[in-house]
Design a protein around this ligand. Structure first.
Ligand code: PEP
Ligand code: CO
Length: 456
């Protein structure tokens, strides 16, 4: 039997600093052959202006606290892994449009505030299950995301290149700059939901259902405004926050800073960094890094975790039991959630830990087709999500969010859904470099399903 209490106390007795994680074991870190180049990149990164501010971070934290109490809902979604070459107008706008459409459905079906968080503007580093990949007898380092190396299967492509840290940061800044301009410029104005229409999607059943909803809501908005004689939809209150897996610790450390007139250290790379399921070792470097920053943080929870281990992780990451600080993103699989989730909820309830529970129905449902393509079955995703709502309800707990991998492009990466994509369709438009994403129709189908779940 592991003595978790002792471990927690030992971690908490250690002095934290932005670099204190370097004394612990850091899994999933790239190996660079050019140390001078790496140091130079890190130094430049630390001097660049930050991507986000502590005001925004604190504002998100207080909204997540609301979601934990069932007064708001977290919609966290985007690419599995962003690519530097996809930092393009259409891809960014497409993802934003789906996020806006989904949140529109959720807000109006449930009358709840929806907190929009993109897996965007920095989701460039990926954990992998092996160190190397072998093709045709040739073995090379595995692709770890565009922040680290390239997916091309060549020795040069797979070399960890410190310059990519700067390229990724710049692309994240460009993406975020564009998002901020769109939002500030009226893209998110509820009076003009036509801004979020996707050209290719107008004829699908999901698009029609969505447009019917938009139409009736636009009418009631006009009606209310004519009675009140003022605008009721405040476009400035629409926010989109950024999130990515805080995997590459030297990269995250470079923008970990103190800010004027606030206590503590902020990670100014993203509003809401999360800890992946593969790096959440209690005594490991990732937990050490995350315990000292002020941001709200996500913790991915996979099926192998033990209830006492989860409670210990939450204790280390949130010793003050601050509401909004921790989001537990469970990804247990449709076949595993029924057994795995209840003891986790019970343990957290018993420890009186304040957390926001969020369901990631994607990462526990990945499989390979006979021809070797990584995919997910839409029905399994829906199944896990439906079970998640039911289990939390039954246990008087609150499922306050969902975490999805999706895209505004018309891809064929997950099978199933109303349009009935089969394994034979996957090759047609499979674009993800890592995990399979929901396409527009599948994403909207899920939004309507969550809306239904939330009003029961
Ligand atoms: C991911 O979110 O892309 C991911 C790798 O998830 P997990 O850590 O839950 O496996
Ligand atoms: Co993924």
């Amino acid at each position: 039997m592991e003595n978790y209490l002792e471990k927690v106390e030992a971690i908490q007795a250690g002095l934290w600093a932005p670099g204190s994680w370097q004394n612990k074991t850091a899994s999933q870190q790239p190996i660079y052959d050019d140390d001078a180049g790496l140091q130079s990149s890190l130094q430049r990164l630390a001097q660049l202006p930050p991507l986000v501010t502590s005001w925004e971070i604190e504002s998100l934290k207080s909204q997540l606290a609301q979601a934990a109490e069932g007064k708001a809902f977290l919609l966290q979604a985007g690419d599995c892994s962003e690519r530097i070459e996809d930092c393009q107008t259409d891809a960014i706008v497409g993802n934003l449009k789906v996020l806006m459409q989904m949140s529109f459905v959720l807000t109006y079906a449930t009358s709840q505030r929806v907190i929009r968080v993109g897996r965007i503007a920095g989701q460039y580093a990926k954990p992998r299950s092996t160190e190397t990949e072998t093709r045709g007898g040739v073995e090379l380092p595995v692709y770890r995301g565009d922040l680290i190396n390239r997916s091309d299967f060549t020795p040069e492509g797979r070399r960890a290149d410190p310059e990519l840290l700067i390229r990724g940061y710049e692309r994240a800044a460009m993406t975020l700059n564009f998002i901020r301009s769109l939002i500030g410029g009226g893209f998110a104005d509820l009076h003009h939901p036509e801004n979020w229409d996707l050209d290719f999607a107008n004829e699908t059943p999901q698009a029609k259902q969505y447009h019917n909803m938009v139409h009736s809501i636009a009418n009631s908005l006009k009606f209310m405004e004519s009675i009140l004689d003022r605008s009721v939809a405040d476009t400035k209150s629409v926010d989109i926050y950024t999130s990515h897996e805080g995997l590459h610790l030297t990269y995250e450390q470079a923008q970990t800073q103190r800010v004027p007139r606030r206590d503590g250290w902020y990670n100014l790379n993203a509003h809401f960094p999360w800890i992946g399921n593969r790096t959440r070792h209690l005594e490991g470097a990732h937990i050490e890094y995350f315990r000292g920053i002020e941001n709200p943080i996500g913790l991915k929870v996979g099926p192998e975790i033990k209830p006492e281990e989860l409670v210990s992780l939450v204790q280390v990451l949130n010793p003050q039991n601050e509401l909004g600080r921790i989001t537990l993103i469970h990804r247990l699989g449709a076949g595993g959630i029924g057994k795995a989730l209840p003891p986790l909820i019970s343990a957290v309830q018993k420890a009186k830990q304040k957390v926001l529970w969020c369901s990631d129905p994607m990462h526990g449902n990945t499989f390979q087709t006979d021809s070797g393509t990584k995919t997910r079955r839409f029905e399994a995703i829906v199944d896990e999500l439906t079970q998640a709502f039911a289990i939390h309800r039954r246990m008087e707990s609150i499922l306050g969010g969902v975490h999805l991998e999706l895209t505004g492009s018309d891809v064929t990466e997950c099978v199933g859904g109303a349009t009935g994509l089969t394994e034979a369709d996957l090759d047609r438009a499979y674009k993800s470099a890592v995990d399979p994403r929901l396409n527009y129709d599948q994403a909207m189908e899920i939004a309507f399903l969550i809306a239904e779940e939330m009003v029961v």
